[in-house]
Design a protein around this ligand. Structure first.
Ligand code: PAF
Length: 274
């Protein structure tokens, strides 16, 4: 696996490589990331991964400094997964001057996670567009665990006519249902055993909708109350349309239930398609 931090060296390394499939990450790789790398292998000739903890998408009181950086272990996992090229820029490589030109996503950036993480999706869209311009992939993969991120990036790619196929990867879960996330590492042992409740609550809500329940607001309140009774502080539980993440309008659009909640100081998100 080649590793490059400088943009010109990466560009040279990617010449004549056929169809490039790109998996951007912030590192601290888990099986969910590795599943994306494996999926990427089957979609093209060259798999490029990136590791960059993007300051632009963290709020001032969020975990940018604390975010786990495990570069050597990540490289070993990427090699085993058959990744061809790793782009691991420093902040100076990617942001040699203040990033004043940014991608401003539409209203969806202020909803759901965006309501609680102002500026987050602007930071994500900006770095991903920049990474796309550097790597120039034909396809890119993002995990469905960050459902709203996947939608924002899919819409950005379509509206800006980027010649890139955006592919979603299924969420990978621990045996007890907890969605894999780099932030799970922040959980104390007691919090780790409580954490699968988030997935259980979402599956209960999904089952209720499947069984015919249609009072989504009541289901959301019930799910959020169930979490909070067990010591969580819930930002939202929301039943939305898969296509645009808006409140369900009619009975025919496929739905997704999304949640974000805090256990101690750790904020976890998850979702299930209904
Ligand atoms: O999902 C992530 O890890 C990040 O948001 C991404 C897409 C790599 C952009 O920094």
């Amino acid at each position: 696996m080649q590793i490059h931090s400088a943009i010109p060296a990466l560009r040279t390394a990617l010449q004549g490589r056929g169809r490039i499939v790109f998996v951007p990450t912030m590192g601290n790789l888990h099986d969910g990331h590795i599943a994306l790398m494996t999926q990427a292998r089957a979609l093209g000739d060259t798999v490029v991964a990136s590791i960059f903890v993007n300051r632009l998408q963290f709020g001032p009181n969020e975990d940018f400094d604390q975010y786990p950086r495990t570069f050597d272990a990540d490289c070993a996992r990427l090699r085993t997964a058959g990744v061809d090229v790793l782009f691991a820029p420093t902040e100076r490589d990617l942001y040699p001057e203040p990033q004043e030109y940014v991608v401003e996503p539409p209203a969806i950036q202020h909803q759901l996670d965006g309501e609680f993480r102002p500026g987050h999706f602007r930071g994500v869209a900006t770095v991903v567009l920049k990474l796309f311009n550097i790597v120039q992939p034909q396809a890119a993969l993002f995990g469905k665990k960050d459902y709203q991120q996947l939608m924002v990036l899919r819409n950005m790619t379509r509206q800006l006519a980027l010649p890139i196929e955006i592919v979603g990867g299924e969420t990978v879960r621990a045996g007890d249902g907890l969605a894999l996330s780099s932030r799970n590492g922040y959980l104390s042992p007691a919090e780790r055993s409580e954490a699968p409740r988030l997935y259980r609550v979402l599956t209960q809500l999904r089952d209720a909708v499947r069984a015919g329940a249609r009072d989504y607001a009541a289901l959301e309140r019930e799910a959020s109350g169930e979490l909070d009774r067990h010591g969580w502080r819930t930002d939202y539980v929301a039943v939305r349309q898969q296509t645009d993440l808006q409140v369900p309008q009619d009975g025919n659009t496929p739905l997704v239930v999304l949640a974000a909640s805090r256990l101690g100081s750790t904020r976890l998100i998850d979702n299930i398609e209904i």
